[in-house]
Each structure stands twice: as structure tokens, then as C-alpha cells.
Design a protein around this ligand. Structure first.
Ligand SMILES: [Mg+2]
Length: 432
């Protein structure tokens, strides 16, 4: 029997739970809404498990020997670094160990981890995380945690494949059947195109004709607010649009711009100031009703602790390729849950990073929205698809992503350099 497609699976699940395919509940006096909700979730999970069991079998038994035999890094255009961890059982795990603009540096960090990894059983993932992080003595920082992140993703991928189940199953999921995902758009034309592609959530940056000065004038604020208003008008009030200040505005400019943006209700204000200014960010958060988001340049649970304790943000954006991988981001999500904060994984990278974020989203209760800049077209055999703003959770074992080696062949190697940014009037270095 072929696996159930999404429509028939949902129809069956909905029907069994007394819910029509259009989403309306057929409540009876005998069943409360909470009973209906519980039945629905149970049925969804049951049907997914049945569908999955037809094409996903454990590759090896729990007691069988499994060990890492080879660790390989691959530079992939435009600026990515893929990781393949091979095993004696023929199972290969994929990861993306990368800091934007530092691919070679992270590849070297991976090289330094290889002597530890070779010959090890890949399945005790949390144990390996501890070893790679703590044996370094000098802990943390984007290079080490990005290298660990990629290895961690690949180990989860191997473990899922070995057991024949998706990674989110190993993390206690699924907590949802699909994952809301947002796209980047800086102009009215782009945001309309993204909406036509199926997205309902977007992210933009503040409109700037030049890098922001320490003290900005009224025209700067007015133009930035006007540009956001145009994006809002282009897609309507039902869509969500986050705005990322990239930590590149001074706190006074950030405060003025947030005030000017409030009537257009952005989904969130990302990095209103540099993420190291935690007290300033917390003060900004207290001064607006808009949610503050941060996290792409924050690493490990120890990095996010201060953000949560000081209430600097209610939306955390850990990057699955920087913050410590799936293992660490699952813990960060738990810390966030205890502070009533949500998780919106940062991801301007490739399809393995996207897959890792989707598995995290499918295993936590406090997920908001997943960032993407590539659905994997031209890189993986079955690119992700957007439907009504969502990506269906994968059902294949492990991370559920298979590289398309033929398509990848033309994209091997890159010499990406981050852009240099200077004040056009005096040549001083500025944030972009
Ligand atoms: Mg950002």
C-alpha cells in the first residue's frame, strides 16, 4: 500500500475525530471541545505513524555495532558548508556546520573534532555534544558551537535513520503536523511574489538609503516607516511581517523607529540593537507592545539565559547551525517555554539547516515560525514545499533530506566573502 497522501490522511484523521475537512467541529453534547481536540491529535499521530511505517524500517538493530568511519566537509555555493558523517553500516548523516563568511574556519574546527569522532558510536548524541563542547576547555564562541552544531545535526540524522524514524519522533514529537515558514522580502514586488508562492509570513529590513548614523534624522525614520507601510498594504493585515534591524541601529534610532512602526504591527522587531546590549534591549522591550526577537548571534543555553532572565526578548531565534545544533536548541526551547517565550529558528542557510529547524519545530510546543532562504531546489532530491504558508513535517527517517549529488556537482566550492560596509561620507566602518 502506498503511504497516505496529506489530503487523505487529514480527511481520515479529521473524520475519525468528528471534524469536517473544512475545519469545522461537529461537536456533540457528549464530547467537550477538549475531548475533540485530544481525539484529533491522537488520530493525526496514529495516521502519520501508520503512513511512516510502510516505508521506514530500522536500518540496524539497537544492539548492532555502529561506528563513525569518515567525516567529510563539502563547500557548497553560495556560501555554505555541508558535513557528511559516514558509518560502518552505510548510514550517512548530514549537517551544516557554518558561520556565514567563515566556512573555511569552521571546516578547520571540524577537522580538529575528527580524531574524537572516528571510531565512536554516533548514537549517544547528547554525550558527544558534552564531550565536544567541554573537552575544548575554552568553550563556546561561534566557530566551535557552529562546528558542534553541524556534527550534532549529522548524529541525529544517523540515529533517526538507524532506527527508521524521523528525528522529531526521538525528541517526543510530533507536536504539530506542519511548520509555518517565512520568506525574505525587501520590496513590494518581492513580497507580492513570495505571497503568490504560498508564503503568509515574511521578513524585511529597515529601508535605508545609507548606513544609519548614531543619531538619525526625522526623514530616516519617516522613510523607513513608509516603506514598511507599503509592504503591509501590499499583502494585507492578515499576513505577518517581521522586521530585522540587524543590531545595526543605535538605541535612540531603534526606539523612534519602533514607535513609528507600531501602527503597522510588525510580527516582531528582530535585533533592535546589538544582542550584546541585553539591558538596553530589555528596556526597549518594556517600552513597546511589539514582540522583540533575537538569537542568531547568541550561542548555547548559557547565551540565552541572560536574554530570558532580563526579559530582553519574547521570541528567541537560535540558529540550528550556530547555537549548538538540535540537542542544544531543544534545551533552549525548554528554557524559553518556562519564560513564556517562543522559538523562531534563524536560518539564512541551506536545506539541512532548514530540516533541522523543522524537526525542532515539530517537537516543541512554543514554536512560532521557521526562517528559510532556500527550500533546497537544486540541492536535495525532494525540496521542501510551501502550502498555505506551511511546510508539511517530513516523514522519512532521520532529518529526511537526501542530497542530489548530480545537481550539487555544479555547486561545489565557493570563495564567499562577507560584504564590507563603510560610511559613504567619512569612510568609517559601519554595521550593515
Ligand atoms: Mg537577523
Amino acid at each position: 500500500m502506498k503511504p497516505l497522501d496529506r489530503r487523505s490522511f487529514l480527511t481520515r484523521a479529521l473524520g475519525a475525530a468528528g471534524v469536517s475537512a473544512t475545519g469545522s467541529l461537529n461537536l456533540t453534547a457528549a464530547e467537550s471541545p477538549s475531548e475533540k481536540g485530544a481525539a484529533f491529535l491522537k488520530e493525526v499521530a496514529e495516521n502519520e505513524r501508520i503512513a511512516r511505517s510502510k516505508n521506514a524500517k530500522p536500518m540496524i538493530g539497537l544492539g548492532d555495532k555502529l561506528k563513525i568511519t569518515k567525516v567529510e566537509t563539502i563547500f557548497v555555493k553560495p556560501r555554505w558548508l555541508f558535513l557528511k558523517i559516514h558509518t560502518n553500516a552505510g548510514i550517512t548523516g548530514l549537517g551544516e556546520p557554518i558561520v556565514e563568511g567563515r566556512a573555511k574556519t569552521v571546516a578547520t574546527a571540524i577537522e580538529e573534532l575528527i580524531p574524537y569522532l572516528l571510531g565512536k558510536d554516533p548514537r549517544p548524541v547528547a554525550h558527544h555534544w558534552q564531550a565536544m563542547y567541554r573537552h575544548a576547555f575554552y568553550r563556546g564562541g561561534p566557530i566551535l558551537t557552529s562546528a558542534i552544531s553541524g556534527v550534532d545535526q549529522a548524529l541525529w540524522d544517523i540515529k533517526g535513520k538507524a532506527l527508521g524514524i524521523p528525528v522529531y519522533e526521538l525528541l517526543g514529537g510530533p507536536t504539530r503536523s506542519r511548520v509555518r515558514t517565512y520568506a525574505h522580502a525587501g520590496t513590494v514586488e518581492q513580497i507580492r511574489r513570495r505571497k503568490a508562492e504560498g508564503f503568509t509570513a515574511f521578513k524585511t529590513g529597515p529601508y535605508k538609503e545609507r548606513p544609519a548614523r548614531i543619531v538619525e534624522n526625522k526623514a530616516f525614520i519617516d522613510k523607513a516607516a513608509q516603506r514598511f507601510a507599503e509592504l503591509r498594504a501590499a499583502v494585507g493585515d492578515e499576513c505577518d511581517i517581521g522586521i530585522d534591524f540587524h543590531g545595526a541601529l543605535s538605541q535612540q534610532t531603534a526606539r523612534l523607529l519602533i514607535k513609528a512602526l507600531e501602527p503597522y504591527q510588525p510580527m516582531f522587531i528582530e535585533e533592535p540593537v546589538n544582542c550584546q546590549e541585553v539591558d538596553v534591549m530589555a528596556d526597549i522591550a518594556r517600552g513597546t507592545h511589539l514582540p522583540i526577537a533575537t538569537g542568531e548571534r547568541i550561542f548555547t543555553k548559557w547565551g540565552f539565559r541572560e536574554i530570558l532572565e532580563k526579559k530582553a526578548a519574547t521570541i528567541l531565534q537560535p540558529d540550528l547551525c550556530h547555537a549548538g545544533g538540535i540537542t542544544e536548541c531543544r534545551l533552549i526551547a525548554g528554557m524559553a517555554e518556562a519564560h513564556y517565550a517562543a522559538i523562531a529558528p534563524h536560518n539564512p542557510l541551506g536545506p539541512i539547516s532548514l530540516a533541522a529547524g523543522i524537526h525542532l519545530a515539530a517537537s516543541i510546543p512554543n514554536f512560532l515560525c521557521q526562517e528559510q532562504s532556500s527550500l533546497g531546489v537544486g540541492y536535495i532530491k525532494k525540496p521542501f514545499e510551501i502550502r498555505d504558508g506551511y511546510i508539511d513535517i517530513p516523514t522519512a527517517p532521520g532529518l529526511g533530506v537526501e542530497l542530489d549529488e548530480e545537481l550539487l556537482a555544479s555547486k561545489i566550492n565557493h570563495d564567499w566573502r562577507n560584504q564590507e560596509t563603510y560610511d559613504p561620507e567619512d569612510g568609517s566602518v559601519v554595521d550593515w
